[in-house]
Write a protein that binds this ligand. Structure first.
Ligand SMILES: *Cc1c(COP(=O)(O)O)cnc(C)c1O
Length: 212
């Protein structure tokens, strides 16, 4: 179930810093009942990693509650772009040219969406995201050539290393490219992320418990 007091702890931390960070409650691998419980506690912004799971959990909920905003926080295959656009309001994982081109095929659908470009900030082999050295060019390609509504960058720093340096690097790439949004920070590092200027933190385990 949804842990309201854990959520309020995060909100208190954000307020104590005088900031406006948005909390995305990541409900992946948790039940519809857990999502409904969170909604009954006033939560409206959720994150899911997979298109099919998002559709099966959120189709009816989004019909019923018009103020729900759903973020895609997991990697997206190009053949799922159209379905993703049918359920998600925010795409946080735009990470390669092929995917950007696929979104570009649906101008009427993407004009109502908000995008973040995912950067592989630790240059890790098995992690998605555009490489740091390709980020400036990819951002320009998405924003200028394809006119995709990119508002910021997203990253997942390498585990078991101090995340702050990576958060600061993401911030630097964003500001160099005139992007204001910074989606960074999860259950284990949301405090450092908020202190580094995150505009969004994506929190799962702390709010919903361990995933099955
Ligand atoms: C699962 C996931 C989260 C939530 O992670 P927790 O450690 O459970 O808070 C956040 N962001 C992304 C991209 C994820 O895949």
């Amino acid at each position: 179930m949804f842990d309201k007091s854990a959520y309020l702890d995060i909100i208190d931390f954000i307020k104590s810093k005088g900031l406006l960070t948005q909390v995305v409650s990541v409900s992946k691998n948790h039940s519809i009942e857990a999502v409904e419980h969170a909604i009954s506690e006033g939560i409206t912004v959720f994150g899911e990693n997979r298109v099919q799971e998002a559709i099966s959990k959120f189709s009816q909920i989004k019909q019923k509650f018009k103020n729900i905003q759903l973020h895609l926080t997991g990697p997206l295959q190009t053949n799922k772009v159209k379905s993703a656009l049918s359920i998600f309001d925010v795409i946080q994982t735009l990470d390669r040219e092929k995917l950007a081109k696929e979104f570009f095929k649906y101008p009427d659908l993407i004009k109502k969406k908000i995008f973040y470009i995912q950067v592989n900030i630790g240059s890790e082999k098995n992690k998605s995201g555009i490489l740091r050295e390709d980020a400036d060019q990819f951002i320009k390609y998405c924003v200028i050539d394809l006119k995709i509504h990119v508002v910021g960058l997203m990253c997942i720093p390498p585990i078991s290393r101090d995340p702050t340096m990576f958060f600061n690097e993401l911030k630097e790439i964003a500001s160099k490219n005139n992007l204001l949004g910074l989606s960074m920070g999860m259950s284990n590092d949301y405090k450092q992320a908020i202190e580094s200027g995150a505009t969004i933190v994506r929190v799962g385990t702390k709010l919903f418990g361990e995933r099955k």
